[in-house]
Design a protein around this ligand. Structure first.
Ligand SMILES: Nc1nc2c(c(=O)[nH]1)N[C@H]1C(S)=C(S)[C@@H](COP(=O)(O)OP(=O)(O)OC[C@H]3O[C@@H](n4cnc5c(=O)[nH]c(N)nc54)[C@H](O)[C@@H]3O)O[C@H]1N2
Ligand SMILES: Nc1nc2c(c(=O)[nH]1)N[C@H]1C(S)=C(S)[C@@H](COP(=O)(O)OP(=O)(O)OC[C@H]3O[C@@H](n4cnc5c(=O)[nH]c(N)nc54)[C@H](O)[C@@H]3O)O[C@H]1N2
Ligand SMILES: [Mo]
Length: 760
C-alpha cells in the first residue's frame, strides 16, 4: 500500500502511470503469468465481456483495448486468493465487521456456500441443496410474496436476469430493486416520455462523426477509461469537447494513450476538452437553459440555427419552452449554475457551430433532486437542432455496470409494463403480479417497517451502496433471511438477517460447464449492442454454481407447480435465449443473431426518428430553474453556518463499493480515502487548516442525527461552498428521503452537510 500523501498529479490520464498500476495489480493478485491470457481475452469475440464498465467495444474484434481499470476489475475476479471455510472458521462476524471494505474484498474468492450460525457468530459451510431448501422454506412461509425483496446488481447476465425475473414473478412479486435505481433511473424516467426510449441513441460510429461532444457530470478517465480513446480520436480530428464538471478531472483534461507508441515514448498527451466549465453541483439545468437561451437569441438575430423542419415535423412543446427561456433571467441562471453569462453563451456557440452534437452524461446529472428535469433539458438541447436520429448526433447516458442496461431489458424492473406481464402470462401460463414493486429506497423502507422479511441479492453490495447506512443496516438486520449470491466477501454479508446465506457463484472470466458443454452468456452495453461472453479460466472452486443455475435450482425448490422445467433450461443456455426471444420482440432469432461476430444492436426507435411516445412526437419539456431544493432549504435553515453541498464520488482505485486500493492518482490522493476536497478559502472561512481532521454532519429536516467522522481536509480546485468525498464511506450522510423527483434515485451528489472539527 502506498504511503499517505497528497501530491498534485502532474501527468495526463492513462500513460505510464496506468501501466505501472496494471503491473502492481497483477503482482498483487498473483496472476502475472496466466493473467496475461485472461486480460487479452477481455472483450474479444470468443472471450468474456469485461466485468468493468458498460462502455462498448469497437467491433468486439479489435486488438485488446488497454484499460487500466478493466484490468483491475478482471484481476479482482481472477485473483489467486481464496476465502474458504477455514477463513470463516478463523473469524467471527463481529471480528469481520471491524475490518475495512478493502480488507473484506481482499480475502479473495469465496469457495463454498455458507450459512450463518448465531451460536458461534460464524458462517459455517452448508450444502447447496440445504441452502435452496432453506430459502424455499422462508419464501413459502411468507403470508404475502410482497414481503420478499429481490435485488439485482448490474453484472448479472441476460440469461441469469431473465430466469430471475421469471422465477420471482411466478413466485408472486415485482419487488425488484436494482442498482439502476441508484444510478441511471432518472435517464430512463426522463427520456421515455420525451423521446420514447429510456436508453441512449448513439453508437460508437456517431463518436467518429460528431462535431461537438458535451460531457456532463461524468469522470471517464476513471469510470469509463476506454471512452478516452474515442474522445482522443475526436479531438485529433478537430471535434469540440465541452466538459461540465465542478472538478477539473484529469481524464477530461488530457490523456496519454498507452496504445500510442509515440505518445508513450515522447511523454506527449492529447488534450481532451476544448472547453471546461466548472458548473456548480446541481447547476446543470440552469447552465443548459443559459445555452438554449443564447441559441434562441442567436436564431432571432441571425436565423438558420434551429432545425425548423425537424421541430415542426417531429416535436411538440417548442413554443412553451421558447417562451419560458425568453422569460428566464441571466442573473438567476448565473447564480444557480455558477457560470457567468459569457460562459453559457460560449458553450451555446459551440453547440451552434457544430453540425452534429452528442450529449453524454453520468452520475453528476442523475444523482440530484431535479435529475429527471435535467436529463430532459439535455434532450431539449439536442432537439433544438435536430440532433437525434442522424449520424454524429444523439443522447448518450453512459451506463455503469457492464450489464445494467441488459438486466432492465430482461425485465428486472419494479414497475413492469403491462405488455411484458401479458406476454409472460401467455408464454408461461401463470398470472404475474400486476402491482408495482419496490425500488431500492422503498425496499429499505419496507424492511424498516417490518413488512419486508426476506432479502435476496443477485450480486452487489446493498448494505454499502445504499443511502442512510444506519437505517439500511437496521432494516437488513430485521429480516428473517438475507441471501447474497456473490463472488467475494463484502459488508452486506455481515449485516445480515436472523438466518443468512452466502452463495458463491462463477464470475464472467470463468468457464461455465453445464450438461450441454461450456456455456456463453449475453450482455448489452451502454449503446444497446448485445453480444456473447464466455469465460476462459477454470472456476475459482469446484463448488461454485453459475448464476443461472442458482436461480433455476432455487426456482425448482420453491415453486411447487411451475410449468417451466427449470433444470432442463440450464443444461443449455440457448434454451433460455429461445424463451427470451418469445417474450421480447426485439430479441427475435436471438440465438442466431447473437452468434454473429460482434453480436447485434437492439432496435432503438428514437435513433430512427420514430417516437414511441403517447403523442407520437418527441417533446420539449419546460422546467423552471430549481431554486427550492433540499440544498437551498438547508442553507436557509442554518444561516449562521456554512452548509456545504457534498458530492459523493468514486476514486480511481475502486469499483463502486469494491475498494481495490487506497490511491486516487489523478486527484493526487495516495494511501488514504478519508479525505474531503474543499476550496482553500472555505478552509479559511471555517478557521481551519489544510490537513485538519473533521467530522461531517447532515443538515436535514427529520430530526435524525447523521454523521460521518474523521476526514482530512484537502485544499482543492472546487467551487466554494461545495465539497467532495468518496462513497461508500459517506453513505451514512445521505438521508433515505433525499431522492430524485420522479425517479427515486438517492441524491448522493448534493448532500447538505456542515463541517466540524473532529471530536477526539
Ligand atoms: N473503475 C470504475 N469504473 C466504474 C465504476 C467504478 O466505481 N470504478 N462504477 C461504474 C458505475 S456503476 C457507474 S454508474 C459509472 C459512474 O461513473 P460517473 O458517472 O463518472 O460517476 P462518479 O464517479 O460518481 O463521477 C461523477 C462525476 O460528476 C461530477 N459531478 C458531481 N456533481 C455534478 C453536477 O452537479 N454537475 C456536473 N456537471 N458534474 C457533477 C463529479 O465531479 C464527477 O466527475 O462508472 C462505472 N464504471
Ligand atoms: N453515495 C453514493 N452511493 C452510491 C453511488 C454514488 O455515486 N454515491 N453510486 C450508486 C451506483 S451508480 C450504483 S450502480 C450502486 C452500486 O451498487 P451495487 O451494484 O450493489 O454495488 P457494487 O459495489 O457494484 O457490488 C460489488 C459486489 O458485487 C459482487 N460481485 C462482483 N462480481 C459479481 C458477479 O459476477 N456475480 C455476483 N453475483 N456478484 C458479483 C461482489 O461481491 C462485490 O462485492 O451504488 C450506488 N451508491
Ligand atoms: Mo451505477
Amino acid at each position: 500500500m502506498s504511503e499517505q500523501k497528497i501530491e498534485f498529479y502532474e501527468g495526463p490520464a492513462g500513460g505510464w502511470g496506468a501501466l505501472r498500476s496494471v503491473k502492481n495489480t497483477l503482482l498483487k493478485h498473483d496472476i502475472a503469468i496466466k493473467g496475461a491470457k485472461t486480460l487479452l481475452s477481455a472483450n474479444q469475440p470468443d472471450g468474456f465481456d469485461c466485468p468493468g464498465c458498460a462502455w462498448p467495444d469497437r467491433n468486439h474484434a479489435s486488438s485488446f483495448e488497454f484499460c487500466e481499470n478493466g484490468v483491475k476489475a478482471v484481476a479482482a475476479e481472477a485473483t489467486a486468493r481464496r476465502a474458504g471455510p477455514d477463513f470463516f472458521a478463523r473469524h467471527t462476524v463481529a471480528e469481520m465487521m471491524a475490518q475495512s471494505d478493502f480488507w473484506l474484498e481482499d480475502q479473495g474468492r469465496l469457495t463454498q456456500p455458507m450459512r450463518y450460525d448465531a451460536t458461534s457468530d460464524r458462517y459455517l459451510p452448508v450444502e447447496w441443496t440445504e441452502a435452496f431448501a432453506l430459502i424455499a422454506q422462508h419464501l413459502n412461509a411468507l403470508p404475502d410474496p410482497n414481503q420478499a425483496i429481490f435485488y439485482t446488481s448490474g453484472r448479472a447476465s441476460n440469461e441469469a436476469a431473465f430466469l430471475y425475473q421469471l422465477f420471482v414473478r411466478e413466485y408472486g412479486t415485482n419487488n425488484f430493486p436494482d442498482c439502476s435505481n441508484m444510478c441511471h433511473e432518472p435517464s430512463g424516467s426522463g427520456m421515455r416520455p420525451q423521446i420514447g426510449v429510456g436508453k441512449g441513441t448513439v453508437t460508437l460510429e456517431d463518436f467518429e462523426q460528431a462535431d461537438a461532444i458535451f460531457i456532463f457530470g461524468q469522470n471517464p478517465g476513471t469510470n469509463h477509461p476506454r471512452m478516452l480513446g474515442e474522445l482522443r480520436a475526436a479531438h485529433k480530428r478537430g471535434a469540440r469537447i465541452v466538459s461540465f464538471n465542478p472538478l477539473r478531472e484529469r481524464g477530461l483534461e488530457r490523456f496519454q494513450d498507452p496504445q500510442s507508441k509515440l505518445e508513450m515514448a515522447t511523454l506527449g498527451a492529447t488534450p481532451i476538452s476544448t472547453h471546461y466549465f466548472q458548473v456548480l453541483p446541481g447547476g446543470d439545468l440552469a447552465a443548459v437553459k443559459g445555452m438554449m437561451k443564447h441559441v434562441l437569441e442567436q436564431e432571432s438575430a441571425l436565423g438558420g440555427i434551429l432545425d425548423h423542419a425537424f421541430i415542426a415535423e417531429h416535436t411538440s412543446g417548442f413554443e412553451a419552452m421558447a417562451a419560458d427561456l425568453r422569460a428566464e433571467s441571466w442573473e438567476v441562471l448565473a447564480l444557480e449554475s455558477g457560470l457567468d453569462e459569457a460562459q453559457m453563451r460560449s458553450a451555446g456557440d459551440v453547440y451552434i457551430g457544430a453540425k452534429s452534437s452528442i450529449v453524454c452524461w453520468g452520475m453528476g446529472i442523475t444523482q440530484h433532486t431535479h435529475a429527471v428535469a435535467t436529463v430532459q433539458m439535455l434532450v431539449n438541447l439536442l432537439l433544438l437542432r435536430g440532433n437525434l436520429g442522424r449520424p454524429g448526433a444523439g443522447a448518450c447516458p453512459v451506463r455503469g455496470h457492464s450489464n445494467v442496461q441488459g438486466d432492465r431489458s430482461m425485465g428486472i424492473w419494479e414497475k413492469p409494463p403491462a405488455a411484458l406481464l401479458d406476454r409472460l402470462q401467455q408464454v408461461f401460463g401463470f398470472a404475474p403480479p400486476r402491482a408495482d414493486g419496490v425500488d431500492t429506497v422503498e425496499a429499505i423502507r419496507l424492511m424498516l417497517d417490518g413488512r419486508g422479511r426476506v432479502f435476496f441479492a443477485l450480486g452487489g453490495n446493498f448494505a454499502a451502496a445504499t443511502p442512510d447506512t444506519d437505517a439500511t443496516w437496521r432494516a437488513l438486520r430485521q429480516c428473517d433471511l438475507t441471501v447474497h449470491v456473490t463472488t467475494k466477501l463484502n459488508r452486506s454479508h455481515l449485516v445480515h438477517g436472523r438466518d443468512a446465506l452466502i452463495l458463491p457463484c462463477l464470475g464472467r472470466t470463468e468457464i461455465d460447464l453445464q450438461a450441454a458443454g461450456p456455456q456463453s452468456v449475453t450482455v448489452e452495453d451502454s449503446m444497446s449492442m448485445v453480444h456473447l461472453s464466455a469465460g476462459i479460466n477454470p472456476p475459482a472452486s469446484a463448488q461454485l454454481l453459475s448464476e443461472p443455475a442458482i436461480v433455476a435450482r432455487l426456482a425448482a425448490a420453491t415453486l411447487g407447480d411451475s410449468r417451466t422445467d427449470w433444470l432442463w433450461l440450464i443444461e443449455d443456455y440457448a434454451r433460455i435465449r429461445d424463451l427470451i426471444a418469445q417474450v421480447f420482440d426485439d430479441f427475435q432469432d436471438f440465438n442466431a443473431r447473437v452468434a454473429t461476430p460482434g453480436g447485434f444492436r437492439l432496435y432503438n426507435p428514437a435513433s430512427e426518428r420514430i417516437w414511441a411516445t403517447a403523442s407520437g412526437k418527441a417533446s420539449f419539456q419546460t422546467h423552471p430553474v430549481p431554486r427550492d431544493t433540499p440544498m437551498h432549504r438547508a442553507r436557509a435553515s442554518a444561516p449562521e453556518q456554512i452548509v456545504f453541498s457534498l458530492m459523493t464520488t468514486r476514486s480511481h482505485d475502486q469499483y463502486n463499493t469494491t475498494v481495490y486500493g487506497m490511491d486516487d492518482r489523478y486527484r493526487g490522493v495516495f494511501g488514504q480515502r478519508r479525505v474531503v476536497f474543499i476550496h482553500a478559502e472555505d478552509i479559511r472561512a471555517l478557521g481551519m487548516q489544510d490537513g485538519d481532521w473533521v467530522d461531517l454532519r447532515t443538515v436535514w429536516d427529520d430530526g435524525q442525527e447523521r454523521r460521518a467522522e474523521r476526514f482530512r481536509l484537502v485544499a482543492y480546485d472546487i467551487p466554494r461552498g461545495n465539497i467532495a468525498a468518496y462513497y461508500p464511506e459517506t453513505n451514512p450522510l445521505v438521508p433515505l428521503s433525499a431522492i430524485a423527483i420522479g425517479a427515486g434515485t438517492p441524491t448522493s451528489k448534493a448532500v447538505p452537510v456542515v463541517i466540524q472539527p473532529h471530536a477526539g
